[in-house]
Design a protein around this ligand. Structure first.
Ligand code: CTP
Length: 405
């Protein structure tokens, strides 16, 4: 299943390093071409010779011990990896990777590589829960690194808790699912709207909403990681859009409609995560409004065009995913929107629930299809919601033959 995949296995110095030998062997058995870099501390737990025999390649431990005069090893290894797998990753290596340090062969190679990074941490439970480690994990995740969570149980240090390296079989499965997922949206053009629209009253005042853009941006990153060609139409947002996607700025609902329609015919998948204003001021003043002598002021609003509804009406095979932010009767409103706007899937969240909605990094969503509730997920990071949603979307798109109309 991993035939021809070039995996750079980084082994760092924790007791779990002994499991890396079995991991290396299983990756090779699955058809991968494995190159190994060990930190000096890792060599105290398991010998480079073991990994050399299992990987059938020389093992690298020292940046300056060049084995082939024709290449610079850390650049060569960095350039030729389809995936960098760090297993086990110690707290020290997480810190180095998070802060871009390059003081050993492994951290130097990771820094020199554009390959995706899969990390399997292993350490004492208190270390794993330490705010410094949590922060480093978050930093790495925000740059697109993925993790294979450590398991819970008896740790080598005597403690019972979370920190045990995932089993080699589990890590191999995660590697396989990474490559499977990576291909799932290859060649697909994906359009994602994100953020909250801004409807101008005058040059300095506007109506908007609480959308941070985070959910849409995480979906864009997840679609990118699955090989899609992603364009994000972004309204006002607090978050940074991901790298590796095309970002088109659109301020108002009207701008967003124009930007989306201009790209709709070529799109295979459209995900409307943006919070679009339902109403805008009838008059957009070109000069700053002055206050008057009156105590009351009335702002007249008119309906904006419902972008998702327009997309539903003009659908020609595009797979359409809508969002619904509700505070009551979630299922009923979600199904109503799904049908009215001709969506294939509708992602609904109860924005009044703790941990869900516009603010923060977590969300609680339920996904509906034409038959009703398709799946309900517990409180998850927006990143995890995005990854799960994209896996579901890809599965539905492939089972409908890419034509979901
Ligand atoms: N949406 C849109 N254009 C609008 C309003 C909403 O494309 N003018 C899209 C959103 O991007 C989202 C979905 O419609 O994917 C649901 O948004 P919501 O505002 O909850 O839907 P409404 O139909 O406006 O419902 P409500 O009655 O709750 O306002």
């Amino acid at each position: 299943m991993l035939t021809g995949k070039r995996i750079l296995l980084g082994i760092t110095g924790g007791i779990a390093a002994f499991k890396a030998a079995a991991l290396c062997s299983k990756l090779v058995q699955a058809g991968a071409e494995v190159r190994v870099i060990m930190t000096e501390s890792a060599t105290k737990f398991v010998t480079p010779l073991t990994l050399q025999v299992l990987s059938r390649h020389a093992v690298f431990t020292d940046t300056f011990a060049e084995q082939d005069p024709a290449v610079v090893s850390h650049i060569d290894l960095a350039d030729h990896a389809d995936l960098i797998l760090v297993a086990p990753a110690t707290a020290n290596m997480l810190a180095k990777l998070a802060y871009g340090m390059a003081d050993d062969m492994l951290s130097t190679t990771v820094l020199a590589s554009t390959a995706p990074l899969l990390i399997a941490p292993a350490m004492n439970v208190h270390m794993y829960e330490h705010p410094a480690v949590r922060h480093n994990l978050e930093l790495l995740a925000s740059r697109g690194a993925r993790f294979i969570e450590p398991g819970s149980g008896q740790l080598a240090c005597g403690y019972v808790g979370k920190g045990r390296l995932a089993e080699p079989e589990e890590i191999v499965l995660a590697v396989q699912s990474y490559f499977n997922q990576q291909r799932q949206l290859a060649g697909k053009r994906v359009l994602i709207t994100a953020g909250g629209t801004v409807e101008r009253i005058d040059p300095v005042r506007y109506l908007t909403n609480d959308s941070s853009g985070k959910m849409g941006f995480e979906i864009a990153a997840a679609a990118r990681d699955m090989g899609a060609d992603v364009t994000v139409i972004a309204a006002r947002s607090m978050a940074e859009p991901p790298t590796g996607v095309t970002v088109v700025r659109a301020e108002s609902a009207a701008d967003m409609l124009e930007a989306v329609l201009a790209r709709y015919d070529e799109a295979d998948l459209v995900i409307k995560a943006a919070a679009v204003a339902d109403y805008r001021p009838v008059v957009k003043h070109s000069e700053k409004l002055k206050k008057t002598g009156r105590d009351l002021m009335t702002l007249e609003l008119e309906k904006t065009e419902d972008i998702l509804k327009v997309l539903g009406e003009r659908k020609q095979g595009q797979f359409l995913v809508g969002f619904a932010a509700e505070t009551e009767s979630l299922a009923q409103y979600a199904m109503d929107k799904l049908e009215r706007k001709r969506c294939d899937l509708l992602v609904a969240n109860d924005v009044s629930a703790e941990g869900a909605g516009f603010h923060g990094d977590t969300n609680i969503v339920s996904v509906f299809d034409k038959d009703g509730l398709a799946v309900s997920w517990p409180l998850l990071s927006k990143r995890e919601v995005a990854v799960r949603l994209m896996a579901l979307v890809a599965q539905r798109m492939s089972s409908s033959g890419g034509d979901a109309s």
